[in-house]
Each structure stands twice: as C-alpha cells, then as structure tokens.
Ligand binder design. Structure first.
Ligand code: CTP
Ligand code: ZN
Length: 154
C-alpha cells in the first residue's frame, strides 16, 4: 500500500459496514435511503468520486458500529446493484459480498397509488416485484423507476 492508495483516503474502521463500489454520485442517495441523516450517533465517512479500476469513479461509505439489515441490503441493491458490502469486525473484513437483487421486496417500499389496497389501512404489506428496470406493485401494478428512492420506508 502506498500513501496515495485511493482506498486509504478514508481511514480504516474498527467495526461496522463498508459499502464499496457505489456508482459515483450516489453516496448521498444511499445515505438517505438508509435513513442516515447525521441526527443519529453513527460515525459515517463518505468518499465521493474516488478513482476505481472497475467503475472509473466510485463512492464509498463507511458506517461505524452498524451492520446492515436484510431490508437495508434490499434497498441498497435496488439503487446500487454493483455495490460490495464489507462487514468489518476487529479491523478485519469478516464478510464480503455483492448485493443481490431480490425477486421481490416486501415492506421496503411504499406504493404511491392512493387507491392501492396497501394504502387503505388494510393489513396488506406493500409488496413489489423487482423488474430489470424498476419495481412493480404486486397489488395495483404501479411501476416505480427513477423515483424509487422517494418511496423507501425502511
Ligand atoms: N476497510 C475499512 N476498514 C477495515 C478494513 C477494510 O474501512 N478495518 C475497507 C477498505 O478500505 C476497503 C474495503 O473495506 O475499502 C474492503 O477492504 P479490502 O477487502 O481489504 O479491500 P480490497 O481488497 O481493495 O476490496 P475489493 O477487492 O472488494 O475492492
Ligand atoms: Zn400499489
């Protein structure tokens, strides 16, 4: 490792999650959907437009003391399918995996259609089928594409 190693722009963490290979420019969107707004006590480091062999430019997020839940991973996969998640324990990379696009997400997104049964006070949990581009409400077939990030309810 050299002093100008791009991975060392942000220092190593003791425990938590490193979300690597986020497409350049999306780090703040990812933070938003994970509900990290600086109001909580999590220590978060953000690297933006870090040079990357694979992506040209990438963003990287380091969230200390927090391992992402499955619903957080599901949301992440919809926004940044190329992301790598590294779980850090005792300064070591304990687990490393690519996010996987699920075939369906349940309870992670809210349907924007006011007439959808999931908005009628019924105990029906919002359920979306994951498409190649976007997601589709299982109940009313409303499709979300670019606006997906506006409807996250993790
Ligand atoms: N990392 C960290 N704190 C640690 C260990 C690792 O912040 N205690 C970060 C590294 O800076 C890197 C990511 O976690 O951004 C993955 O670490 P590692 O697997 O060691 O790096 P690479 O081999 O470069 O990962 P990849 O092959 O996934 O690009
Ligand atoms: Zn719906």
């Amino acid at each position: 490792m050299t002093a100008d190693d791009p991975e060392l722009r942000v220092s190593k963490i003791e425990s938590g999650t490193v979300i690597d290979h986020i497409p350049g420019g999306l780090a703040l969107t990812v933070l938003g959907v994970l509900g990290i707004d600086g109001e909580g006590d999590a220590t978060v480091s953000v690297g933006m437009n870090v040079p990357s062999d694979r992506l040209g430019r990438k963003d990287i997020l380091k969230v200390e003391g927090h391992e992402l839940s499955q619903s957080e991973l599901d949301v992440l996969s919809l926004i940044a399918p190329e992301a790598t998640v590294n779980i850090i324990r005792g300064y070591e990379v304990a687990e490393k995996f690519r996010v996987e696009r699920p075939t369906e997400v349940v309870g992670v997104l809210a349907c924007p259609n006011p007439n959808c049964i999931t908005n009628a006070g019924e105990p029906a949990e919002a359920r979306f089928t994951v498409l190649d581009a976007g997601v589709r409400c299982t109940y009313c077939e409303t499709i979300l594409r670019e606006d997906i990030t506006d409807h996250v309810q993790v």
